[in-house]
Design a protein around this ligand. Structure first.
Ligand code: TA6
Length: 290
């Protein structure tokens, strides 16, 4: 454990030379570098690395509420809490402790005041060559059912947002946060970017490709048990309005999140939900549909 801006963090490494940094604060990945030490995730130049502020970049965990669709603070409170290392990883295959870390956040007396449900939120973060895998699990440790919405907010680093296209969302319905969450259908054969965008694409395919021509890099997002995908870029005006986002940072970021939003996840007492997300990068030879 070292500390980044005073926050305890774990560094994951793997033999091919890629690395990742994970904070106990928020259970948040804050860096993922490939074997050429290129940073693959976006981190705001004005991120505030100070609890209780959420750090704007990497992969914040949005739980038990995505967005402001409920009574809690925006995106819930998991990203503003100090997590701990999870000793009880019996129900997952054993992991190499160089390239993998298991974290847990349990409901506290404090949390019970704002969200009166007791839960255990676990997150396994594993690194392998060209791939970063996150496995979130939520167990209801209460004696009554509860429901939640969830997202892994993937801040991806891109060369120039106007050169990026996203494939895999064509023909899908989406809820447009910029239009009071009205429902639309995606008409284009790929999503491209020329202005602010804030959409929840519903029931997407398992695989979504984010193609960055200039960097000759394609991110592939594969997800399970998180049927929706949020696509967000604040663009210039909103970027200026966000104190923890640099004015031109919007040009080099894109959020494509694994999410369970349209249909909240319902857990009976002692039931556990398990999600899966794999982010991988493919070189320029990647052609869509392969
Ligand atoms: O994409 C959903 C959204 O709520 C946007 O409307 C925008 O507010 C973004 O998330 C950022 O939220 P945050 O709380 O991280 O500033």
């Amino acid at each position: 454990i070292h500390d980044a801006n005073g926050l305890p963090r774990t560094i994951l490494t793997e033999p091919n030379g890629s690395s990742a940094e994970v904070l106990l604060y928020g259970g948040q990945v804050v860096s993922w570098k490939n074997e050429r030490k290129e940073e693959l995730l976006f981190m705001s130049s004005k991120a505030i690395w100070k609890p209780p502020k959420a750090i704007r970049g990497g992969i914040p965990v949005c739980f038990p509420q995505f967005g402001n669709l409920g009574s809690l603070e925006q995106h819930g409170f998991a990203r503003n809490r100090m997590w701990s290392f999870d000793g009880d990883t019996s129900s997952l295959p054993p992991a190499n402790n160089q390239s993998s870390v298991d974290l847990i956040l349990k409901s506290t007396e404090e949390d019970l005041k704002t969200w009166p449900r007791s839960f255990e939120l676990r997150l396994r973060i594993s690194l392998s060559a060209g791939k970063l895998t996150l496995i979130p699990r939520v167990r209801n440790t209460d004696n009554k059912p509860f429901s939640f919405t969830f997202a892994l907010r993937n801040y991806l680093s891109v060369s120039d947002i106007s050169e990026v296209r996203v494939e895999g969302l064509e023909t899908l319905d989406y809820l447009d946060n910029l239009e009071r969450r009205k429902r639309f259908t995606e008409q284009a054969d790929a999503v491209t970017f020329d202005g602010k965008i804030d959409r929840v694409y519903l029931t997407t395919p398992t695989k979504i490709a984010i193609i960055d021509h200039e960097k000759k890099r394609t991110f592939v997002l594969r997800k399970e048990s998180m049927p929706d995908a949020v696509v967000w870029n604040p663009w210039d005006k909103k970027a200026k309005a966000l104190p923890d986002l640099g004015d031109v940072d919007y040009k080099t970021m894109l959020c494509v999140d694994s999410a369970a939003i349209e249909t909240p996840i319902v857990l009976k007492p002692f039931e556990e939900w398990k999600g899966y997300q794999e982010l991988s990068t493919v070189s320029s030879s990647y052609c869509s549909g392969q």
